[in-house]
Design a protein around this ligand. Structure first.
Ligand code: ADP
Length: 564
């Protein structure tokens, strides 16, 4: 009678879900899960901090369209991973976090790293429970994957007492769940679909918002067909970019305020009307809202809807297209010549003019616009960007384009600083075939800079760029914090001009340090070439520490501007 250990059952469950990579920092009691993983064809990536494990796993899942898996040792290792759950919850990312805890048999006796982990995750997961029996591990794992993946995606926490995962059970007695969720995407209510089609056909100033919720069914053809057949302009949320290539003529993201402020029919697909879209209040009060979301509770949130369609974005867009069939002849042509698109495009031109000088500026210290403009020139269209840090995000919104699905990762719905490096690691593992570039402000970079060692060790040729303006929003935040006159100790600025590239040098990567605007392009090209040869690269760019962001449209100019 062969026995199988709980840790092996976990590794096997991950394999059975079709997941090839997990992220963790080996330690008690979960080290054996990482050890068993390769026996089941799952690659364990050993990171340097548990926060990075949960971030990298979330990004891996997002880019690969799967559930991400992170394993955390007990005690502080679990609390280190909490922020990843928070990020996954707020961004609706499917993530399974497996956290170790002290033995069940010694509960409440003060065993090593005995912690009430489950309550820590309760408010930021779809489910947080303790696994109480070794034999039931496969069942709990299936439950976790189903919860994380279906409906609105999100994180799940399973707490694993050391004895539960170290115990063995008779292999014959293990029951493996199969077909534990449906692959059939839910379609929308046909009456609502018909009403949506009617509103769109009769709109004078229609618009669409594309959010990152479209990631999971990837309706690229449907989105495109819809905007093109109606001549309907659209904008995308930061991570909703790329599902329609950013250079599509109907992308009016650069006239965001004008489009949101004047539309008469707004179709929202896979996005929430939260702070990112100004709670839906920016739309005219009489604008008709059509909202497609897989989560019924999202519909009508913050703003009254005229048509709320609960369903999968791809399925519902397909239904709307079927309803529009044969009714849209000439609409695109009329829209192209009409006042709506013309006025929006004029607005885009005006906004572009406002930043044109900065894109090519030879100012020294280097401006973020110039740096990111060079980035956009050097890396190919299919590049996945992971963007982090306030100034870098605000400028990246204007300058870095996305052309392919799930190719843009950033600080996301809760503005989490520190995701830039681990997100890039997760993305590179998910898509080894495309370039991955991580662009970070120096503050954001500092959170997880050590993970560059993970990239070197695991042979993940990523370009890490540091927009090094020596502090939080350079020095401009500190200047406005109200510190006493003459106060000398730095609070929100750092030691000037740190050579962050030397960190990667210590790990054995390819490095560049850039201070001259004219040197950026060549340095980026050399770094890119190094990654083509399998090396990890880091480009430290000394940028303007008192840079003030120009306004684009009516946003982006405030000190606390953020990528929306
Ligand atoms: P963004 O920040 O890009 O605007 P959000 O994270 O605010 O996007 O919103 C994503 C939304 O997408 C969530 O409300 C989520 O319920 C929804 N969603 C997730 N999966 C699907 C899907 N398959 N079809 C439609 N909506 C989805």
């Amino acid at each position: 009678m062969a026995e199988v250990e709980g840790s092996a059952l976990i590794a096997q469950s991950i394999q059975r879900e079709g997941i090839e990579t997990l992220f963790g920092l080996a330690g008690g009691p979960i080290q054996d899960i990482m050890g068993f993983a390769p026996h089941f064809g799952v690659r364990p990536i050993g990171v340097r901090h548990e926060q990075a494990a949960t971030f990298a796993a979330a990004a891996y899942g997002y880019v690969r369209n799967q559930v991400g898996v992170a394993v955390l040792a007990a005690g502080p290792a679990v609390s280190n991973g909490v922020t990843g759950a928070h990020v996954a919850y707020d961004n609706c990312f499917p993530l399974v976090i497996l956290g170790g805890s002290g033995p069940q048999r010694g509960r409440y006796t003060g065993t090593f790293q005995e912690t009430e982990n489950v309550p820590m995750f309760k408010g930021i997961t779809k489910m947080a429970v303790q696994v109480e029996s070794t034999a039931r591990i496969p069942e709990y794992m299936a439950m976790a994957f189903r919860k994380a993946r279906t409906g609105r995606p999100g994180p799940v926490y399973l707490d694993l007492p050391s004895d539960v995962i170290q115990n063995g059970v008779d292999e014959e007695s293990v029951r493996w769940p199969s077909n534990y969720y449906t692959d059939a995407p839910p379609g929308g209510n046909p009456d609502q679909v018909r009403r949506a089609a009617e509103l769109l056909l009769n709109a004078e100033r229609p618009m669409m918002i594309v959010g990152k919720g479209v990631r999971w069914s990837e309706p690229t053809a449907e989105l495109r067909e819809l905007i093109e057949s109606l001549g309907m302009p659209y904008i995308a949320s930061p991570m909703g970019r790329g599902f329609i290539p950013d250079d599509h003529l109907l992308n009016l993201g650069a006239a965001r305020s004008a489009i949101m402020g004047n539309a008469d029919v707004v179709l929202v697909a896979g996005s929430r009307l939260n702070w990112m879209f100004e709670f839906g209040r920016r739309f005219p009060p009489d604008a008709k809202i059509i909202h497609i979301d897989i989560e019924a509770e999202e519909i009508g949130f913050n703003r009254a809807v005229d048509v709320g369609i609960v369903g999968d974005a791809r399925a519902v867009l397909g239904q709307i297209l079927a309803e529009l069939e044969g009714k849209t002849a000439g609409m695109r042509e009329r829209a192209e010549e009409g006042p709506w698109l013309t006025s929006l495009r004029n607005q885009v031109e005006g906004n572009a003019g406002r930043i044109a000088d900065r894109l090519n500026s030879d100012a020294k210290p280097i401006l973020t616009h110039r740096l990111l403009h060079e980035v956009s020139q050097v890396f190919p269209r299919e590049t996945i960007y992971s963007v982090d840090g306030q100034t870098t995000l605000a400028t990246g919104r204007q300058v870095l384009q996305s052309y392919t699905p799930a190719s843009r990762l950033n600080s996301g719905s809760n503005g989490c600083m520190g995701v830039g490096v681990p997100f890039a690691i997760g993305a590179k593992l998910a898509r080894p075939d495309v370039p991955v570039v991580s662009v970070n402000g120096d503050c954001a970079f500092g959170f997880n800079a050590m993970e560059m060692e993970t990239a070197v060790r695991c042979q993940l040729p990523i370009v890490f760029i540091i927009n090094n303006n020596s502090g939080i929003v350079g020095g401009s935040l500190e200047a406005h914090m109200g510190l006493p006159e003459g106060y000398e100790e730095r609070v929100a600025t750092y030691t000037p001009d740190i050579r962050y590239d030397r960190i990667l040098e210590a790990f054995g990567g390819y490095t560049e340090n850039v201070t001259e605007p004219s040197e950026i392009n060549a340095a980026l090209q050399r770094a890119f070439q190094a990654t083509q040869e399998g090396r990890v690269a880091c480009v430290n760019v000394i940028s303007d520490h008192m840079e003030v962001m120009p306004r684009s449209g009516s946003r982006g100019g405030s000190l606390m501007g953020y990528d929306r």
